[in-house]
Design a protein around this ligand. Sequence first.
Ligand SMILES: [Zn+2]
Length: 339
Amino acid sequence: MNESVTVAGVTVEPGERRDVAPAASEWYTGDRTTLPMAVLNGVDDGPRVFVTAAVHGDELNGIAACRQLLDTVDASELRGILMVVPIVNVLGVQMGSRYLPDRRDLNRAFPGSHSGSMAARIARLVLEEVIAGSDAGIDLHTAANHRFNVPQIRLDTSDEDSLGLAVAFGAPFVLDARLREGSLRAVAADRDVPVLTFEGGGPHRFDTDAIDVARRGVLRVLARLDMIDEAPPPAHESPMVLHESRWLRADRGGMLEMHVEPGDHVSAGQPLWTTVSPMGAEHNVHEAEEEGYVIGSTTLPLVQPGQALLHVALPGDRHPAEDDPTDEEDPELDPYDEL
Ligand SMILES: [Zn+2]
């Protein structure tokens, strides 16, 4: 039998779900804003796992995935504790912005403090009530503005247990990604809480495919941790584990004609895009220098020289979704990459 758990002053008994809304900040009017979260306390012992979404307020796919997750998981059949925070950056979502009202990036504000900026205070609340005491977490993101990401999990693949969870998730790609100072994932890692960062789709919209991959993936991680009995089949049977990626940039400005799609495998010498001058005379074809997989792309139709157009990862190893994790080397990620 499980024990009761207390989150933000609210006690949740075994087999019970309670929705908790601690004070997060205030509007200019002085009205309180809260950080709504669902706490599902299982009937039996098990790990404590959190799922967070919309740390960036314009990244909406995770909100929909959380909602579907809460429709699926029942505390009376759960082992362990599941905490779901569909909207971490409540103020950013209200404004339709990646950032907080003061332009701070919440995912650079961890571990935060009780007396710091608004971002620091929200980060601290999330750290104390959600991350601390958890055994693992999944943080749901999308690409940044004017970009699209193929569904992918980012993590430190040198941690075998985390890699096993990432492969079980069943997104088409698993990408080794270094920790960014101030991010939710980095501060959790400092406390030995492994976090899978999911990236899928783009901002300001619901991408049905990315939401479905996220929903299945979270359930598959919970099943792998033996918290639930059944999970849907993986979105992709054999995720590709990639260790190195880079953004390819435009050589010339102009109108963009893209020749590949997110998810495509590309070969050396293959034309990736053409930039065309609006007058029609000048064409500049950019060919791939090496083999790779397109894991992200721009969504803008007009480009300037130096603009990042395609995020391409070098070929890696395929892992059957249920396979045991293997030891991997430590790669470098292009610093331009965004979470
Ligand atoms: Zn993000």
